[in-house]
Design a binder for this molecule. Structure first.
Ligand code: SF4
Length: 495
């Protein structure tokens, strides 16, 4: 056996001896016992963790199991920073027992989360396999929702193109002011005094002003470069601390903050997270298909019912769900079709027009047929137009139907999907209430634990961080649902 492995085993064996002595300090039902056994049961190499095998030279690395245990324990107990985890490894009896007195430093702990960011999703998946084995997933109804989590990026460190132009203009103004002040000083008092001399009473040091001007010029250059880069990449905003973070509306307090949009699919049986994702888009529209399909894959079921709020209502997404045998319950967005586009006056809503799929025509409230008259592209989608100008001209209902010379009805290429979704939602108000109960519990809990602010920066790292948060949430739920003995029995044998 190679030297490093012997050294690690010796270290772990010694730890085991110490652990037996400390065993009495840890309660039989303590969560730390399950975390310890669960991490030991994982196949870290298969999950893609780094440093599962060493090079045979240098100091033996910490085994991923030990560092994962530390993170799981920390996330479960609202301790997420690497420095605080380092402190816990030295003073918390449960952690000392779990790590067999190993004391990784904060850099080792932080590096583990950074280097293994892609593997954490797999750990959550493994844990969900255990949940399936324990029959904790109903696998019938899944609630989907999104919530905005804060990034490690202040509002003042975020700009759009217009704000950058404003900042550059402001810097130019300040440079001009300083230069003017220097000119005035030169005209009144001759050339500036040497650096060692004391400044004139009430005046600035010319050297200090020169430094300020240099600083402002550097800042101007930096902001101009950001603006140029933004224009080149067709991006609309830039965050200086976490470049991947985006502007998100703060629905609770108003205004905005810089963050990420966290998407979860939660099984309705025990409110367990089935699938999770972190996206940069502030809008939930466009997210339904991917997260619903991820949930179905995780649950390994032939079909699945999903419920989401109206923010997810999109013909393309509903169509993707239909194609994947996912039955959706998503209320429609409020329609503006009951208002005239000309003067905003009240007119017949689109729901008063009945579509005849066989003839590809609409029947209007005046009992006339509106035929397909053309199509156009709008927001990247094909929109069909239906009208009957001749019938509208002599129609007694015209004043109640349109503000223009005739009524035009717009139809998406895949609008039949929306009609089927609306028919499913009819009389299903209870399912929306169920959605709130299921999914809002998840975000409420995580934010109450303080997980609503990301500590890491960059989309990939933030995704890893949320996978750990989701795992901690599921772990807590499962520990509340099942006795320790049953959980330990259900674990697979260590690889
Ligand atoms: S105005 Fe045109 S579309 Fe409206 S009810 Fe009359 S005929 Fe039908």
């Amino acid at each position: 056996m190679i030297a490093w492995l012997e050294a690690r085993f010796r270290e772990r064996d010694l730890g085991d001896v110490r652990r037996r002595a400390e065993d009495n300090y840890v309660a039989a039902e303590a969560a730390v016992r399950f975390i310890d056994a669960y991490a030991e049961s994982l196949d870290f190499k298969a999950l893609g963790f780094e440093r599962c095998t060493a090079k045979g030279t240098g100091r033996p690395p910490y085994h991923p199991a030990d560092l994962l245990k530390l993170y799981l324990y920390g996330y479960l107990n609202r301790i997420r920073s690497s420095r605080r985890l380092e402190a816990e490894a030295a003073r918390n009896l449960e952690v000392i027992w779990m790590l067999r007195t190993l004391r990784p430093d904060f850099k080792t702990i932080a590096d583990f989360r950074r280097d293994n960011r892609k593997a954490f999703k797999g750990v959550l998946r493994e844990f969900n396999l255990l949940c399936r084995k324990l029959e904790l997933f109903g696998a019938e109804l899944v609630a989907i929702d999104g919530s905005k989590f804060k990034a490690s990026n202040g509002r003042r460190r975020h700009f759009n193109a217009e704000q950058l132009r404003e900042v550059i203009k402001h810097i130019d103004q300040r440079i001009d002011d300083y230069l003017r002040e220097l000119d005035t000083h030169d005209a009144e008092q001759g050339p500036p005094p040497p650096p060692s001399s004391s400044p004139p009473a009430g005046g600035r040091k010319p050297e200090t002003m020169a430094e300020k001007i240099a600083g402002l010029r550097a800042s101007r250059q930096e902001h101009a470069a950001l603006l140029a880069e933004m224009q080149k990449s067709a991006r609309t905003e830039v965050s200086l601390t976490d470049a991947d973070a985006r502007k998100m509306c703060d629905t609770q307090r108003g205004g905005f903050f810089i963050g990420y949009n966290v998407q979860v699919a939660v099984d309705a049986k025990h409110d367990l997270i089935v699938a999770e994702e972190v996206v940069q888009s502030a809008c939930d529209r466009g997210q339904l298909g991917a997260i619903a399909q991820a949930a179905k894959t995780e649950l390994k079921v032939p079909s699945l019912e999903v419920v989401a709020d109206k923010g997810y209502h999109s013909a393309d997404e509903l169509e993707a769900c239909e194609a994947a045998d996912i039955i959706t319950y998503v209320p429609a967005q409020g329609s503006t079709s009951g208002r005239s586009s000309r003067d905003g006056s009240r007119v017949f809503g689109k729901e008063r027009f009945t579509y005849d799929a066989v003839a590809d025509e609409y029947q209007c409230p005046g009992d006339k047929r509106l035929r397909l008259r053309g199509k156009c592209r709008s927001h990247g989608k094909t929109v069909l137009h239906y009208a009957n100008a001749a019938a509208c001209r002599s129609c007694p209902l015209k004043a109640r139907c349109t503000g223009g010379s005739y009524r035009k009805i717009h139809r998406l290429r895949n609008e039949a999907v929306l009609e089927r979704a609306a028919a499913r939602m009819a009389g299903k108000s209870a399912i929306s209430a169920r959605r709130r109960e299921v999914v809002e519990h998840v975000f409420g809990t995580l934010k109450q634990w303080g997980h609503g602010d990301f500590l890491t920066r960059g989309l990939e790292r933030v995704k890893a961080e949320f996978s750990l948060s989701a795992l901690a949430y599921n772990l807590r739920r499962v520990l509340n649902l099942k006795p320790m003995s049953e959980l330990l029995r259900a674990l697979p044998k260590a690889a």
